[in-house]
Design a protein around this ligand. Structure first.
Ligand code: HEM
Length: 243
């Protein structure tokens, strides 16, 4: 048996490809716990799903900012496009959230302890969207004012102000998808913790359920009440039918 006695040169690190350099993939993969430190293999899914959602909410914030600025500048078509992009991004959030339904409650509970008092309620992306909604609404309301129309006018004559109407409905879409995330998330939390738990951030489950009543753009929903009331007044309808 021959033994190679020449000292080995330290292993040279392979040069990173342009792809890896540009996308910082090396750093990216250090953002999840290494395999040997995971309390359960599904911690990888747990971290990747949360991180993915934060990134898509980061992109969402950019589009919501663009929409607000374009509305302020009177560029309603660009605002409508940015809102469509913000809406579309939420389908990725919904799909990513579903991935966590593959983690069994038993397995989730096996590593829940390491979350300490860490809570999704502190999600920077989620909180940023909640902060962005009021100025976005103000920019939209100011755009209506510039056209000297009320929200009810817009919904009664949508195609006379087609672009503003498209902005309004994109805001409704966004509000709806944000609500659906909350509902989907509540079910996910209940699947893992049951109906009576208190979250790692201290919120009891029934209180989490109450957030389903929150709306980002409430006037876009109540204008539907006004529309219905206006139609009923016109037709003289006094009783409420089911449809
Ligand atoms: C196993 C999966 C999950 C469980 C069991 C869970 C559980 C909970 C609970 C119990 C709360 C209430 C606050 C607290 O006391 O912590 C909460 C809030 C929250 N979580 Fe999660 N969560 C899960 C996954 C996620 C994911 C994937 C996200 C996406 C980033 C997320 C984002 C949030 C947000 C934004 C809130 C605040 C909700 C609101 O105010 O409407 N959670 N979560």
């Amino acid at each position: 048996m021959s033994v190679d006695s020449t000292p080995r040169a330290p292993e040279r690190k392979r040069a990173l490809s342009t792809y890896e350099v540009y996308l910082h993939t090396e750093q990216l993969f250090t953002l999840q716990k290494p395999e040997g430190e995971r309390l359960h293999p599904d911690e990888l899914t747990f971290q990747v799903v949360h991180q993915t959602i934060e990134l898509w909410w980061k992109m969402t914030q950019q589009q919501l900012d663009t929409a607000t600025n374009r509305l302020r500048g009177g560029q309603t078509e660009e605002a409508a496009w940015a809102l469509r992009r913000a809406v579309s991004a939420q389908s990725v959030v919904a799909q990513a959230t579903r991935q966590l339904e593959f983690v069994s409650p038993k397995d989730f509970l096996s590593f829940r302890g390491i979350l300490g008092n860490g809570s999704g309620a502190d999600s920077p992306g989620f909180r940023a969207i909640l902060r962005q909604a009021p100025p976005l609404w103000e920019a939209f309301a100011a755009a209506l004012e510039r056209e000297t129309i009320s929200l009810l006018d817009l919904y009664q004559h949508p195609w006379e102000h087609a672009t503003l109407y498209q902005c309004a409905e994109a805001l409704v879409d966004f509000d709806e998808l944000f609500h659906l995330f909350r509902a989907q998330h509540l079910k996910l939390a209940e699947r893992n913790l049951g109906l009576g738990a208190i979250g790692t951030g201290g919120t009891p489950m029934p209180q989490l359920e109450r957030t389903l009543r929150d709306l980002l753009f409430p006037l876009l929903w109540t204008v539907r009440d006004e529309l219905l009331a206006a139609v009923q007044e016109q037709t003289g309808a006094t009783t409420q039918s089911g449809h």
